[in-house]
Structure formats: structure tokens, C-alpha cells
Design a protein around this ligand. Structure first.
Ligand SMILES: Nc1ncnc2c1ncn2[C@@H]1O[C@H](COP(=O)(O)OP(=O)(O)OP(=O)(O)O)[C@@H](O)[C@H]1O
Length: 410
């Protein structure tokens, strides 16, 4: 019995998809038109249908409707041409589980099939190493490849440092974890330093570090000069020294005296490099990550695997995700709190409404902080010690924050 049915009018392509899937352990079959697809479906009841939108004489969307009515157990993945976003959205509204953009690499077809099959069995949730990076976009594939390559290192001793660069919430820390696990084969032995902490807290954390195999510098661009010097001393002292992974939202500049990264530190972290794209540049990952998060939450609560309605899927697909994967994770976790019967509906997907934000225009804490520092410096006529007293923080902390905001005392 074919668990996957490929409906594609180009027979050569259909055959190569089927043989690729078979080599990866699926039983698969193909049909080249709607009539034979219907016969096969009635005979074999496939669990997954990969349906080309453009079938010679036949309309892929009409065939999708037929599947929904006659073979409701089958999950349908619609293959659309490049730029056919409206078709993809219509297919999702009509109940397609997901879509692939042609020409889709065969690995993407297999990855989606594997994802859905695993998903059905509630497996695939305990991810480790590069598999932590959920997604089937070419960007997600490239990230997994980069993790595997950089984790290999260059022989015995600590691996060369790796800098992970990307916008907020895009998954930089997840990639650091994936790197560490792939390199060491274990989740243990990784210490994380949050570089945005106050300088005295950073000093305390550094003093506690004994000998991790990997040290992750999270948000390394926030690390003040004092802390950087202390870190370098620590790295020289530790034997064996840990492998370094640093994450940052902005590119790192060598120090110029008051800011930046000390060259010795910069050269030890900026050897390997991974660029993490924003989620809007890998929209093909949105539904997969959403389902992964929902499954994880459900499993932790001992609930069955949740399902998303077509309306919920479309909403997820059409949103811009300026807060990246972190925003998506938060959205799904909230949806899971709202749903009661294992069905995530459109109304459960509460998206951050940019226009509402603009209407109320509440300043962020960062904006408030910046304006308070500016005001204090203005009142103290640029005297940093006086400004620090006014703000109720130490001179060092104020200096650190001024560097963070690129401010100078006048
Ligand atoms: N490809 C992915 N697959 C599944 N989950 C992901 C993926 N990328 C990120 N996440 C999840 O998204 C959330 C945010 O990721 P993470 O904390 O790694 O982002 P970040 O870029 O380090 O954030 P920040 O900019 O705040 O430091 C986490 O819950 C993480 O597990």
C-alpha cells in the first residue's frame, strides 16, 4: 500500500519523487491525472498526498476539494509554482496541510513527509543537535549543514570559535545549543553567559565558571570592556580552554577604546560564522515550527496532538513575524492555552497588531532608559558621575549603558 501518493503530470518528476521517497523508507506511488489519482486513493487510502496544482487538464484545487470530501484522513500538500502565493493560501483555506514551491528539492519533499508521519505518531519532539532546527526551507537546510560542518572543528583541542549573527528571536541560541550538542554528543557541559547583565553580575558569573567544554556568550556585543578583559584572563587560565560560541544581533567591531570588542576576544570568537535569517525570509518553516511547538506543549500537558484549522494556518502564514521565531513560539503557546478540545482555530491565533501598537505608541523600556540617561546627562552637563547619582546607578553601569546606546558625555 502506498502511504504517500504523488499526483504530478510530469511522469519523470513523479517517478523520481516516488523513488527518492522509497529510498528513504516510505511506500509511495504516483498518479499523472485526476482520474487515476481518485482510483488509487479509493484503493490505497494514502496518508499523505503530494498534489501538483497544475495538472494538465485538471484543476489541482478541485482535486483537493475531492480529497477533502472523499478521503478526509489523507493530508494534502499542494505543490505550487514560484510566486503562486495566492494559490498556496487558497489551498490552505481549502484544507491543504501545507504547500511546497516548485521546483522543490527532493529533500524538502522527504522532509515534509517525514515531519507529517512523525507528527502523526507524536514522535520527533525530543530534538537533539542539528535536528533542533525545525524547518524545511533552504535556509533551515543551510543552517543544519553549517552546524554540522562547524561542529566538526579542526581536530583535537577546543573547536574554533563560532559567531552566530541574526535578528532578535531568530534562533541564535538554539543554534548555539545545536552546535554544542553536535560537537560533544551531549547536552551537558555548556555554560551560558548573558552578556546584557549588569557588569557586577557578569563579574560574579565569570568568577563562577570553572571548566565548561563550551562557553556561550549570549549577546556578546553588550559585554563591557572590564568584563571582556576578565573573560580573556579566564580563558587563558582554563585548561583546557572552552570552545566559544557567541551570539549577536549586530556585527562586531574591534574596540576603539570606549566600545567594541577587544581584538584578542574578537579573533577567538569570529572564526566560524553562521548568519540566521529572519523568519519572514523562510516562510516555509512557519507551519512546521508552529506544529512542533503545539505538539510539545500538548505532550507536556499529557494532551493528544492538537490540530490547526485551515483558518488558523492561513493566519499564521499571512503574518509577518517581525519578532521572528520567538514571536511565533509565544503565539502558539498562547493559542494552546485558549484551545480546549485539541483544535487550534483562527480565533486562538492572536497576532501582534502593528497598527494597534502604533495607535497606543507605548514607549519600550529601552526608549525610556535612553531618554532618562539623556536627561540626566543634560542636567549634569555631561558629568557622568553626577548623572549616575541622579539615576541611582554606579558610574561604571552608566558608562556601560552609554556605550550600549552609543552615547557620549558632552
Ligand atoms: N528553527 C527553529 N525550530 C524550532 N524552534 C526554534 C527555531 N528557532 C528558534 N526556535 C525557538 O524560538 C525561540 C527563540 O529562539 P532563541 O532564543 O534561540 O532566539 P535568539 O535569536 O537567541 O533570541 P535573542 O535575540 O532574544 O537572544 C526559542 O523558544 C527557540 O527554541
Amino acid at each position: 500500500m502506498g502511504e504517500v501518493l504523488v499526483i504530478e503530470d510530469e511522469m519523470v518528476l513523479a517517478r523520481s519523487i516516488v523513488s527518492y521517497l522509497e529510498r528513504r523508507g516510505f511506500s509511495a506511488d504516483y498518479a499523472v491525472d485526476a482520474a487515476s489519482a481518485k482510483v488509487q486513493c479509493e484503493r490505497e487510502a494514502p496518508r499523505l498526498v503530494i498534489l501538483d496544482y497544475k495538472l494538465n487538464e485538471d484543476d489541482g484545487l478541485a482535486l483537493l476539494d475531492w480529497f477533502k470530501a472523499n478521503c478526509p484522513e489523507a493530508q494534502v500538500i499542494m505543490m505550487t509554482g514560484h510566486g503562486d502565493v495566492d494559490i498556496a493560501v487558497r489551498a490552505m483555506k481549502a484544507g491543504a496541510r501545507d504547500f511546497l514551491v516548485k521546483p522543490a528539492p527532493l529533500s524538502a519533499v522527504a522532509s515534509i513527509a517525514r515531519g507529517l508521519m512523525l507528527d502523526e505518531r507524536m514522535g520527533g519532539l525530543d530534538c537533539f543537535g542539528a535536528d533542533r532546527i525545525i524547518g524545511r526551507s533552504s535556509a533551515a537546510n543551510a543552517l543544519r549543514r553549517a552546524v554540522t560542518r562547524l561542529a566538526r572543528g579542526s581536530g583535537p583541542g577546543p573547536r574554533p570559535g563560532v559567531l552566530v549573527v541574526g535578528p532578535p528571536g531568530s534562533g541564535k541560541f538554539l543554534i548555539a545549543q545545536a552546535l554544542h550538542e553536535t560537537a560533544t554528543g551531549s547536552s551537558e557541559g555548556m555554560t551560558v553567559l548573558d552578556c546584557a547583565l549588569e557588569s557586577d553580575e557578569i563579574h560574579r558569573c565569570l568568577a563562577d565558571i570553572t571548566g565548561p567544554s563550551t562557553l556561550v556568550l549570549r549577546g556578546v556585543s553588550h559585554l563591557g570592556m572590564d568584563a571582556q578583559s576578565m573573560l580573556l584572563r579566564l580563558l587563558n587560565r582554563l585548561d583546557p580552554p572552552p570552545s566559544l560560541i557567541a551570539t549577536t544581533e549586530t556585527y562586531l567591531a574591534p574596540s576603539t577604546g570606549s566600545g567594541g570588542i577587544l581584538p584578542q576576544l574578537l579573533y577567538s570568537i569570529q572564526v566560524g560564522w553562521i548568519d540566521v535569517p529572519s523568519l519572514s525570509d523562510r516562510a516555509a518553516d512557519v507551519l512546521l515550527i508552529a506544529e512542533h511547538v503545539a505538539n510539545r506543549v500538548a505532550r507536556a500537558a499529557g494532551q493528544p496532538r492538537p490540530k490547526f484549522t485551515p483558518a488558523a494556518r492561513v493566519k499564521l502564514l499571512e503574518h509577518e513575524w517581525t519578532g521572528n521565531v520567538a514571536e511565533l513560539v509565544n503565539c502558539i503557546e498562547r493559542a494552546m492555552l485558549e484551545q480546549t478540545d485539541g483544535l487550534i482555530e483562527g480565533s486562538h491565533i492572536r497576532l501582534i497588531d502593528q497598527s494597534a501598537e502604533d495607535r497606543f505608541s507605548v514607549p519600550t523600556l529601552k526608549e525610556l532608559e535612553l531618554s532618562a540617561i539623556r536627561q540626566a546627562l543634560h542636567c549634569s552637563k555631561g558629568n557622568v558621575s553626577q548623572a549616575a547619582t541622579m539615576l541611582g546607578i554606579s558610574r561604571d553601569t552608566l558608562r556601560y549603558r552609554m556605550r550600549k546606546f552609543d552615547l557620549e558625555a558632552h
